[in-house]
Design a protein around this ligand. Structure first.
Ligand code: SAH
Length: 252
């Protein structure tokens, strides 16, 4: 059995209770060493066999899993944040299916949630944006052209950019060309929820400079949108005049 486990965005105590239990029980752990907090490995047993996937290919990961299966062992594949976001898990799922190896998935706190906590932000603010676009700039690995930053920017929704700090200059140009005003609030969150987390607030116009001035090339999220600003409407849900399934609203 292979358990895919989301490690959370950084702080070791942000793994789920279920994920921690799976780690405690694992015979073999394959963790994404480039981003997973190594402190999490202390949840594993002393005699647990540990592999760092940052130094491995897909084939090598699968070879470890196959050996573990043959020996009747349980493997935890520990991915950073939540494995559904840039986790390269689908290719592993499909190979395991083909090999007839059972697996399941335990979700984790994605870094975009960790960053919202660091910013004390609500991504979906009434009258500002009800949509969160999770995307990345095209770099060494491509992004489908129909999802260009410029075209997504037209919505002026809340946008969270993964894997894009090193491309901030070009990205800023695309955000502006696509429709965000230069004064649109933005932020860079470095190592969200890690002990050395840093939050930099800026605007779309100063985004690239903020990234460059602080030497942020990796483990950073770029967040853009009016939700980081001051203007919004209060919610209907908690409005005294609004009736819901659970509460009768007062006459206006
Ligand atoms: N599955 C992960 C994302 C993996 S892609 C998740 O759900 O968070 C790797 C990228 O995620 C990094 O380049 C960076 O842009 C972002 N990232 C991961 N952890 C981060 C953190 N703690 N703070 C800021 N960005 C982070």
């Amino acid at each position: 059995m292979v358990h895919f486990v989301g490690a959370g965005s950084g702080a070791a105590d942000l793994i789920t209770v279920r994920g921690a239990k799976l780690l405690e029980e694992a015979d073999v752990v394959i963790y994404a060493g480039s981003l997973v907090n190594p402190e999490l490995l202390s949840y594993a047993r002393e005699d647990c066999e540990i592999h760092n996937s940052a130094e491995m290919t897909l084939e090598q990961v699968l070879a470890v899993v196959k050996d573990a299966e043959a020996a009747g062992k349980t493997t935890v594949r520990l991915h950073t944040g939540d494995s559904s976001i840039y986790g390269a898990v689908r290719e592993q799922f499909d190979q395991l299916e083909a090999l007839g190896i059972a697996y399941d998935v335990c979700p984790g706190v994605s870094s975009f949630c960790g960053a919202a906590a660091a910013l004390k932000a609500e991504y979906t603010l009434p009258d500002v944006s009800q949509t969160v676009i999770i995307t990345r700039a095209a770099g060494r690995t491509p992004v489908p052209e129909r999802e260009s930053i410029r075209s997504l920017a037209a919505h002026q929704a809340t946008m969270v950019l993964f894997l894009s700090a090193a491309l901030a200059e070009k990205l800023q140009g695309e955000l502006l060309a696509g429709g965000y005003g230069p004064e649109t609030p933005a932020a860079v969150v470095y190592k969200a929820t890690w002990p050395d987390e840093k939050v930099y607030r800026c605007t779309v116009e100063t985004l690239a400079r903020t990234v460059a001035d602080n030497g942020l090339t990796k483990t950073a999220l770029l967040i853009v949108g009016g939700c980081l600003g001051k203007e919004y409407l209060r919610s209907k849900l908690y409005d005294p005049c609004f009736t819901t399934e659970y509460r009768k609203g007062a006459e206006p």
